[in-house]
Ligand binder design. Structure first.
Ligand SMILES: CC(C)(COP(=O)(O)OP(=O)(O)OC[C@H]1O[C@@H](n2cnc3c(N)ncnc32)[C@H](O)[C@@H]1OP(=O)(O)O)[C@@H](O)C(=O)NCCC(=O)NCCS
Length: 218
């Protein structure tokens, strides 16, 4: 629980229906203001660049998302208000998103640890009616606490250089100001985005007996 009204929950196979309902075109909240992106089901950064993303349909991406959630391969965090899913943060250990850097067009950041000990954040989607109410902030705080407790040493994120834009879509990797406020620091730049990193405090890491332990609540 991160506030009086919001809960942040780690994605798990049991939450597959919630995930799909949030993203389902025409019914789900996620893309109710942006149907052009509704076919994604947050599969873009899970898809190898050799695959023609433009050719993949919503039906195909939904099936891929459903399967990857069902088998526990997909990771991320859902924001819930009561029974309603109001937001999604795609954050995962690096080995779970092996195509992310290639898709981002970013050289993989230095890694002196096994890939399962570092994480990346590649996407946020907050239901339009819930934007500017702290949902992305709650998701990031919940994810960082959970990743730290699982023994993750650092998290990389990729905010766009969106300038003065206040377009919600221009900040879909997460607003730069949000990461800065949580102590992320720049480690690399491309023309379009800044790579930022946060080291997770050792005292908050390794509190669980085993990092492979499945802990779905945050
Ligand atoms: C960008 C987005 C994630 C922000 O979520 P949110 O819940 O409204 O964010 P919060 O209320 O927690 O605000 C966090 C910070 O981001 C800033 N912020 C939020 N929306 C912003 C916007 N549209 N433009 C600039 N900054 C923004 C806030 O001012 C706040 O800054 P602060 O920490 O300095 O105070 C949300 O608008 C969204 O989901 N956009 C659509 C993303 C999308 O299209 N995803 C699909 C990709 S396929």
């Amino acid at each position: 629980m991160t506030s009086a009204t919001l809960r942040v929950e780690r994605l798990s196979p049991a939450k597959r229906a919630d995930y799909l309902a949030f993203f389902d075109h025409e019914r789900g909240a996620a893309f109710s203001d942006n149907p052009g992106w509704a076919r994604c089901y947050c599969q873009f950064y899970r898809t190898a660049r050799a695959i023609d993303w433009k050719a993949s349909t919503g039906v195909q991406n939904r099936a891929a998302a459903s399967a990857s959630v069902a088998c526990g391969e997909a990771e991320g965090y859902l924001a819930k208000a009561g029974d309603e899913t109001v937001g999604w943060l795609h954050a995962a250990p690096r080995h779970k998103l092996p195509h992310a850097f290639e898709r981002l067009g970013v050289d993989p950041t230095p890694l002196d640890l096994p890939p399962q000990d570092a994480a990346v954040i590649v996407c946020f989607v907050i239901a339009p009616a819930w934007r500017r109410r702290g949902v992305a902030s709650a998701l990031l705080d919940g994810a960082l606490a959970d990743l730290a407790a699982r023994g993750i040493a650092f998290v990389d994120a990729f905010p766009f250089k969106a300038g003065d834009s206040t377009s919600a879509a221009d900040h879909y990797h997460g607003p730069a100001s949000l990461f800065a406020s949580r102590g992320f620091e720049p480690v690399a730049q491309t023309g379009d985005l800044t790579v930022v990193r946060k080291h997770l405090a050792p005292e908050t890491r390794c509190q669980t007996p085993s990092r492979s332990e499945d802990r779905n609540g945050v």
